[in-house]
Design a protein around this ligand. Structure first.
Ligand code: 3PG
Length: 209
């Protein structure tokens, strides 16, 4: 089992992936993986999401496939059973915190305020998603948190781009950023794997690791 702390060091960015089918998930994930992005967060926002997680985990056995938008204990269990090795949520409740600990499911819970960060810390989570990063205070917020809660490490997500990522990654309390900018949909509604490959290559070259 790879823990969240380690997972956060494996790439400079965790792509947030809103796939619409398992077929799309495998083709696009392969483009990300082949171009250096090994950690993939497949969100549970589409009926095919669990199938996508299983398909990508099978097609790319060396990728670190996680589930995003894990809102409930039921979704956490389903994601783990589907083959996700970690989960991400936009926020955290006591029920969800207890459930992921009981499941032994490595988890990156979302926080947007100091009180939420302190609560998550009390429940045993030191690695947190800062969401929605750009509207919840961005880099200045994380600098302020770092001065009072220096033991917490963040993955800022929400409005982060390749252009803004370096400023986040330069902070001592940021290990990785998350974002959906790597998988844009064209006018036809499709994600072009070749375009994704180019975006992934650029992100790895500019953001390092
Ligand atoms: C998420 O689920 O983490 C966000 O929707 C990703 O944010 P972005 O689309 O602004 O990158």
């Amino acid at each position: 089992m790879t823990d969240i702390k380690t997972i956060m060091t494996l790439a400079p960015v965790i792509p947030v992936l809103n796939y619409k089918s398992a077929e799309e998930a495998v083709a696009v994930s392969k483009a990300l993986y082949d171009n250096g992005l090994k950690v993939l967060e497949i969100t549970l926002r589409h009926p095919s999401a669990l199938e996508s997680i299983s398909a990508v985990a099978k097609a790319l056995p060396d990728a670190v496939v996680g589930a995003g938008t894990v809102l409930t204990p039921e979704l956490a269990k389903q994601a783990k059973d589907a083959g996700a090795v970690f989960g991400v949520s936009p926020g955290l409740t006591e029920t969800l915190a207890d459930a992921v600990k009981a499941l032994g499911f490595d988890f990156l819970p979302g926080v947007a305020t100091l009180s939420e960060a302190m609560q998550a810390r009390e429940w045993g989570f030191s690695e947190l998603k800062f969401f929605p990063a750009e509207v919840a205070g961005g880099v200045p917020f994380l600098k302020a948190v770092g001065s009072v809660l220096p033991d917490l490490t963040f993955c800022p997500t929400g409005g982060v781009t390749e252009a803004s990522a370096p400023t986040y990654l330069a902070l001592d309390n940021v290990a990785v950023v998350g974002g959906s900018w790597l998988t844009p949909r064209g006018q036809d509604g499709k994600i072009d794997p070749a375009a994704v490959g180019a975006l992934a290559k650029s992100a790895v070259a500019k953001l390092g690791r």
